[in-house]
Design a protein. Structure first.
Length: 79
């Protein structure tokens, strides 16, 4: 006899988007070392310095990643 196709089988399927997800902007150690090499920073790196050099946007959250190597001692103040 068949009958009408159920609604959940008629409607196309699509994925899930978590609206509570927090997006971080990743910065590697070699990027921080380039700032020191180009004499754009001396000993402290904070969010304001990263914004001035165009590495992050105004409302970005920052996560430090481990690619590369630091050759100088730095104080890093981020999220």
């Amino acid at each position: 006899e068949g009958g009408q196709m159920p609604l959940q089988r008629r409607v196309p399927k699509f994925g899930f988007r978590n609206f509570n997800r927090v997006e971080y902007r990743g910065l590697n150690l070699d990027t921080l070392q380039q700032l020191v090499d180009n004499k754009k920073v001396t000993d402290t790196i904070n969010l304001e310095v990263l914004r001035e050099n165009g590495l992050i946007a105004k409302n970005d959250l920052v996560k430090i990643l481990g690619r590369g190597e630091l050759k100088t001692k730095l104080n890093v103040e981020v999220h």
